[in-house]
Design a protein around this ligand. Structure first.
Ligand code: ADE
Ligand code: ZN
Length: 373
């Protein structure tokens, strides 16, 4: 596990210089015709087909971190003519700050208006439908309201208006541990009333302390019927996961990887009914775990902790949800049944009506039965 707040000495992946062989997932970004399952071979064609046919969810996705590369290419074909180096399977970010800097630098070039959120969301959602993803939870960063001077409800409405038939999307607002300032404070106080806001997420650098406004706002959001999440146990210790559950009151932990360092925290997460929305490829590329094979999702899953899988920031990792499933299969020996359980977990925590939830879960079971029969 790497420490937080560690400064890099080497600048990483500022400009893409990758050339020659372009792995399939890079092609997917370039052409928007997804060609997945190239990240952690080998998986059999049967398993690739099984993964594709599983109805899936994606419940941990930062929309700015999902910026489709082809949109940047449209803006500046020459500058963005090559795939990004950070999409290579063995690429590692030097530290969270390098990763975040790269992401912000690129996202700011695209996300300048609500219409740009709409255009990006259209492409993102089409890519998810192509992977047989049926339900998505995505967050936009509250800081963009301040940077761009755009009201949050306009960003929210733009994302919602891009949702295609066949996909259910819930939109969250993400904020950093120090986001409550003179400009954003009143916005955050008000946001639980916004039409169409599904919930709140706490993200950004994890070493900052939890400030008093956060548990207050999280409780207010839940009282208003919203879902609350928090990034914890990614770069911070297991104690941050305990804090997120006990102090913030969240049941949806984003990452939670480092809970593995304290068995009592894993027990607490299970007993409290928490779900960990994990992103194994993000965790490898950000050095939260050294290698996929060391990822604790296998232990969490075996102990009965509800886990889901998502991409986190595909712009910076070059991954897809199907890559994440393939990674569990080839790197952590998840069986078809176990992959199906991961998919079902996503639908179990989804904000869906009972009939839709039951139907999606039954479809997962039908795919398993079809493959076993
Ligand atoms: N914001 C975008 N990606 C993030 C991550 N992996 N951790 C914390 N904050 C983030
Ligand atoms: Zn995240």
């Amino acid at each position: 596990m790497s420490g937080s707040g560690q400064r890099s000495v080497v600048a990483a992946c500022v400009e893409c210089t990758l050339s020659g062989d372009i792995p399939g997932n890079h092609r997917a970004f370039l052409s928007n015709s997804p060609s997945f399952l190239t990240m952690y071979p080998p998986i059999t064609p049967q398993t690739a087909d099984f993964i594709h046919r599983l109805p899936k969810t994606e419940t941990h996705l930062h929309i700015e971190g999902a910026l489709p590369y082809q949109l940047l290419q449209q803006l500046d074909p020459e500058r963005f003519s090559q795939p990004q180096a950070c999409w290579a399977q063995d690429f590692k970010w030097q530290c969270f700050e390098d990763f975040e800097h790269h992401l912000i630098e690129h996202a700011m070039q695209w996300f300048t208006t609500p219409e740009r959120y709409y255009e990006a969301a259209k492409v993102i959602f089409a890519g998810q439908l192509a992977q047989n993803i049926r339900y998505v939870e995505t967050s936009f960063h509250a800081g963009m309201i301040q940077f761009l001077g755009i009201p949050g409800p306009e960003i929210l409405a733009a994302i919602h208006s891009a949702v295609p038939a066949g996909l259910e999307v819930r939109v969250f607002m993400g904020m950093a541990r120090d986001s409550y300032n003179e400009v954003l404070g009143p916005v955050l106080d008000d946001c639980v009333e916004w039409d169409g806001l599904a919930g709140l997420d706490l993200h950004g650098v994890e070493y900052l302390p939890l400030e008093a406004w956060t548990p207050r706002l999280w409780a207010k959001a839940r009282a208003a019927g919203l879902t609350t999440k928090a990034h914890a146990g990614e770069f911070g210790p297991a104690a941050n996961v305990r804090e997120a559950i006990e102090l913030l009151g969240v049941q949806r932990i984003q990452h939670g990887v480092r809970a593995i360092e304290d068995a009592a925290v894993v027990d607490l997460a299970i007993a409290s009914g928490a779900t960990f929305d994990l992103c194994p490829i993000s965790n490898v590329k950000l050095n939260v775990v050294q290698e996929l094979e060391a990822h604790p999702i296998r232990q969490f899953f075996d102990r009965g902790l509800r886990c889901t899988i998502s991409t986190d920031d595909p712009f910076s990792f070059g991954n897809t949800v199907e890559d994440e499933y393939a990674a569990l299969s080839s790197g952590l020996q998840f069986s078809h049944q176990e992959l199906a359980q991961i998919a079902k977990n996503g639908f179990e925590v989804a904000q869906l009506d009972a009939a839709t939830r039951t139907k999606c879960i039954a479809e997962v079971d039908a795919v398993v039965a079809d493959f076993e029969g």
